[in-house]
Design a binder for this molecule. Structure first.
Ligand code: NAP
Length: 292
């Protein structure tokens, strides 16, 4: 069974390749092997490989950068998803695609379950990811079996992420100011990769194609970046004072490329087995996987 993993050199892509290649033959492709915005290249590569599964972890993920490079973000996160989906229909492949909590407006403190229709993302990145979701819905589950997996606050080895940023700052500074009014759920890339494997290799009645939310187990109201930072320093035994600040204080002085972030990025999972608690996953990352 051929499985293509796209965005294989990205943070999630690397964890997917690692986890899937233990039991499956995997084609690990990044932009050099296949640019997902190139329709002809997609067709010829899929024609050659006839994949059973296409797992798309390729994306434009620079949230602030998307405010200025909006066209590029829309192309990779929006248009390209439609191109991949059409090619999957042609070759009878199942598509697994990742999206984000940022497709929601972030106004609901109770969070968003899989059936909640995303509207009004607060930034260009969220809007570009919503374009990708809409491309899949336009095609529909009748024509293409797809798994749309939303995740949030992702961290793992070999990627730019909040945990590594905090560790770096924590070694340089005695006090760090961290936003305490944005709520979300952290997700370790390896736990998301295992969840994906479970979905893809489980029986189809159990994991019907559709929307799934995958995060580490976190209180229903989420945690804040401040809580996350506090736990990082506690587990890493770094003597740093963490000072809570508001998003407004953090954004000052406002730069043109600074994207707004949603207040409540809370994905609710009603379909899958729960992942382990976020503190446990974080501890494993700090002990084994941290890029620092
Ligand atoms: N990071 C988060 O906190 C977060 C949160 C929620 C959801 N997500 C979603 O999770 C998924 C994985 O995110 P991630 O953080 O692992 O991303 P990442 O580390 O930025 O990796 C994305 C990969 O896609 C590649 N890529 C970019 N444009 C491409 C193109 N046109 N053709 C082929 N490959 C291309 C990138 O290559 P270059 O590096 O060369 O550009 C990179 O290797 C994405 O769908 C993202 O939206 C992420």
């Amino acid at each position: 069974m051929a499985i293509i993993i796209l965005g294989a050199k990205g943070m999630l892509g690397r964890a997917l390749v690692d986890v899937f290649s233990r039991d499956h033959d995997v084609l690990a492709w990044d932009q050099e092997e296949l640019d997902i915005t190139d329709a002809d290249a997609i067709y010829s590569r899929f024609h050659e490989m006839r994949p059973r599964f296409v797992i798309n972890a390729a994306a434009f993920t620079d949230v602030d950068g998307a405010e200025v490079n909006t066209r590029a973000a829309n192309l990779v996160n929006g248009t390209a998803v439609g191109l991949l989906a059409e090619a999957c229909i042609e070759w009878g492949s199942t598509l697994v695609h990742y999206s984000t909590d940022y497709v929601f407006d972030g106004e609901n403190p109770k969070g968003y379950d899989e059936d909640w229709m995303p509207t009004n993302p607060v930034n260009a990145y969220g809007r570009s990811k919503l374009l990708g979701e809409q491309a899949l819905w336009r095609i529909g589950l009748e024509r293409l079996p797809f798994y749309l997996i939303r995740t949030s606050w992702l961290y793992g080895p070999h990627g730019k992420n909040f945990v590594d940023t905090m560790l770096k700052l924590g070694r340089e500074q005695k006090e760090i100011r961290v936003v305490n009014d944005q709520h979300g759920k952290p997700t370790y890339t390896y736990d998301l990769a295992h969840a994906t494997l479970e979905i893809v290799s489980g029986d189809e009645e159990k994991y019907e194609p559709g929307v799934y939310h995958v995060t580490n187990e976190t209180p229903s109201e989420g945690i804040t970046w401040y809580d996350f930072a506090f736990e990082i320093f506690r587990l890493a035994r770094l003597p740093v004072r963490v000072a809570p600040i508001s998003s407004e204080e953090f954004s000052r002085p406002a730069g043109p490329a600074r994207a707004k972030r949603p207040r409540y990025s809370i994905l609710t999972n009603t379909k899958l087995f729960r992942r382990r608690p976020w503190e446990e996953a974080l501890q494993e990352y700090l002990e084994t996987g941290s890029g620092n």
